[in-house]
Ligand binder design. Structure first.
Ligand code: UPG
Length: 472
C-alpha cells in the first residue's frame, strides 16, 4: 500500500530540487508537477470504454482522395520540416544502443535510410527541407557520432538538427518520492515518451528557430517506420484547410492490436487510446479490431504556428498522463518499483481544435519493432531504392505474418545467426511461424501458411521449398 503523499507541494519539493539540479526548466517542472498530482490523487490515466465511441474509416478523408492537394503540398513544402523520433533504444530486439543504428537492409541502418529519404525529398521539393531528430539522453551521443561518420557529402546537403528530449525523475511506487539508485544514477530517470516532443521543441529553442526560418508544417514520425516520408497530398490538405493537426491512421489488422487506436470521445472530439491507457479488464474491447478499426501510425502533422500560439496562451502542452509501472532497474525485477511518467505524441489529436485524422495505405506504415518484423523487411517482400522502401510487386499477399520463437530469435544477433545466407524467400508466403531452433540454408522458399516445428535444433538445407505443417 503506497502512503499518501500528504501535502502535494511538500511532497513534490524533492522532485523540483532534483530537476533543477539537472538543469530542467521551471516550465517543465510545473508540467511534471501536474502529472505528479495525478499520481498522488491516485488517478490511473485510464480511458474507459464507457467514455469512447468507435470511428469509421468512411467518415474520414482517405489519402487517395486528396490528389487535388498535391500541387498545394509542393508549394507548402517550402514551409515544411521532417522530424524523426529517435529517443528509443533497440531493447525490443535485444540491443542496448539507439534503435535507429540497427542495420535493416544489408549495412543500411534506419538512420542511413532516413538520411537517404531526406535527400530524395529535398529533390522532390526542389529546395532545402530541414530534417530534425529528437534524441533522448540515451541516444544523443551515439547518434551524433553516427551522423559524423555518415558520408560527408550526404550530411553537407542535409545536416539534421538534433535536439534532446527531457527526462523525468522516476517516482517510487512505495513512497511517491524520487527514487535513488546510486549504483547507476542514470536509471533514476526515464525518457517521458514521445509526447515530450511538444515541450522539447519549445525548451530546446528549435520551435522558435524553425518558425523564424519560415518552417510551419512539421511531419513527425517514428524513426523505426520505414514508410514514413513526406506526402504532398496530406501536406497540401493541411495547408489548404489550415488544419492545426493531422493524425495518419490505417485500418487495423490482427497484428496491430498493441498500437494506439483512434476513437471519438463521447464529449465530442477525436481521441487516441494507447494500450497503457486501457483498464486491464477492458483489453478485449481495446483489441477488438472490428470495433476500433483504425490505429495511429504515429505519422503526425503539426502546424507549428498553432502549437506556438497554444503554448503562449497556456504554457507547455499538458497531455493525458500514462503511468508505466516498472522497476528502477528494468533488468532487475527485485529493484525498487517505480512509476515512469510518460505521454504520447498522438494525444495531440484531442488538444487542438479542428484536429483531423486521415486514412492512409499500408505503405506509409512499415514498422520494425521486433526481429519478426525485421525478417519480413529483410526478405524479398520489400525493396529499398534510394531510401524508398516498397512492397515487392511480386509479393502474393500483404506483408506475411511472421511469428518467431522468442527463445531463439528475440535478439538481432540470434536472428542473424539463424539466417547466415540471408532470409528465406517470403514473397509467396502469407504466414510463417517458427517453433524451436531453426537455421536456414541458402535459397530456401516458404509458401502459403507455413509452420516449422522442431523439438531440438534443425537446419533447413539449401534450395528447400516449404509449405504447410513442417516437423523437423
Ligand atoms: N521515442 C522517443 N522518446 C520516447 C519514447 C519513444 O523518441 O520517450 C521514439 C522511439 O524511438 C520510436 C517512437 O518514438 O521511434 C515510437 O516509440 P515506441 O515506444 O516504439 O512506440 P510504439 O509502441 O510504436 O507506439 C507508437 C504510438 C502508437 C502507435 C504506434 C505505431 O504510441 O499510438 O500506434 O507508435 O507504431
Amino acid at each position: 500500500d503506497s502512503p499518501r503523499a500528504g501535502n502535494g507541494q511538500t511532497a513534490f519539493a524533492p522532485f523540483a530540487r532534483k530537476m533543477r539540479l539537472h538543469g530542467l526548466s521551471e516550465g517543465l517542472i510545473r508540467l511534471f508537477n501536474s502529472y505528479y498530482d495525478e499520481i498522488v490523487a491516485r488517478h490511473t490515466g485510464y480511458l474507459h470504454e464507457a467514455e469512447l465511441l468507435p470511428v469509421s474509416a468512411a467518415d474520414l478523408p482517405h489519402v487517395d482522395s486528396l490528389e487535388s492537394f498535391r500541387e498545394a503540398g509542393r508549394q507548402a513544402a517550402r514551409q515544411a520540416v521532417v522530424i524523426k523520433l529517435n529517443g528509443g533504444l533497440g531493447t525490443s530486439m535485444g540491443m542496448t544502443h539507439a534503435k535507429s543504428l540497427i542495420p535493416v537492409f544489408g549495412e543500411m541502418r534506419f538512420l542511413d535510410i532516413i538520411m537517404q529519404q531526406a535527400l530524395l525529398q529535398q529533390k522532390e521539393c526542389g529546395g532545402p527541407l530541414p530534417l530534425a531528430l529528437m534524441n533522448s539522453f540515451s541516444t544523443h551521443e551515439e547518434t551524433l557520432q553516427a551522423l559524423a561518420d555518415i558520408r560527408e557529402e550526404d550530411c553537407r546537403q542535409c545536416t539534421p538538427v538534433c535536439f534532446v528530449q527531457h527526462k523525468f525523475p522516476k517516482v517510487s511506487r512505495r513512497t511517491l518520492q524520487p527514487v535513488s539508485y546510486p549504483q547507476s544514477p542514470d536509471m533514476e530517470w526515464n525518457p517521458p515518451g514521445h509526447g515530450d516532443l511538444y515541450a522539447s521543441l519549445v525548451t530546446s529553442g528549435v520551435l522558435d528557430d524553425l518558425l523564424s526560418h519560415g518552417r510551419r508544417y512539421a511531419f513527425v514520425s517514428n524513426s523505426d517506420n520505414l514508410g514514413a516520408v513526406l506526402d504532398m497530398r496530406i501536406l497540401g490538405y493541411m495547408a489548404g484547410n489550415e488544419l492545426p493537426f493531422i493524425m495518419e491512421v490505417a485500418p487495423r489488422t490482427a497484428s496491430d492490436k498493441k498500437g494506439g487506436h483512434l476513437a471519438q470521445h463521447r464529449d465530442g472530439g477525436l481521441i487516441l487510446r494507447e494500450l497503457a491507457q486501457c483498464p486491464p479488464d477492458e483489453t478485449d474491447a481495446f483489441q477488438d479490431i472490428r470495433r476500433y478499426g483504425l490505429f495511429n501510425t504515429n505519422n503526425l502533422w503539426v502546424d507549428l504556428h498553432a502549437l506556438k500560439k497554444r503554448i503562449e496562451k497556456e504554457g507547455l502542452l499538458r497531455l493525458p498522463v500514462i503511468l508505466n509501472p516498472k522497476t528502477v532497474n528494468p533488468r532487475d525485477k527485485s529493484s525498487e518499483p517505480v512509476w515512469q511518467v510518460e505521454t504520447a505524441m498522438g494525444a495531440g489529436i484531442s488538444m487542438f481544435t479542428g484536429a483531423q485524422a486521415v486514412v492512409v495505405n499500408r505503405d506509409r506504415f512499415i514498422p520494425v519493432k521486433k526481429c519478426s518484423d525485421l525478417l519480413a523487411v529483410m526478405s524479398d517482400c520489400f525493396a529499398l531504392n534510394q531510401g524508398t522502401v516498397s512492397f515487392s510487386p511480386e509479393c502474393r499477399y500483404p506483408t506475411p505474418q511472421v511469428t518467431l520463437d522468442d527463445r531463439y530469435y528475440d535478439h538481432y544477433d540470434k536472428l542473424l545467426q539463424r539466417i547466415p545466407y540471408g532470409p528465406p524467400s517470403l514473397k509467396e508466403c502469407s504466414s510463417l511461424t517458427i517453433k524451436g531452433d531453426v537455421t536456414f540454408g541458402r535459397n530456401v522458399v516458404i509458401r502459403g501458411d507455413t509452420t516449422i516445428t522442431t523439438g531440438g535444433t534443425a537446419h533447413i538445407p539449401d534450395n528447400t521449398e516449404l509449405e504447410g505443417e513442417v516437423i523437423l
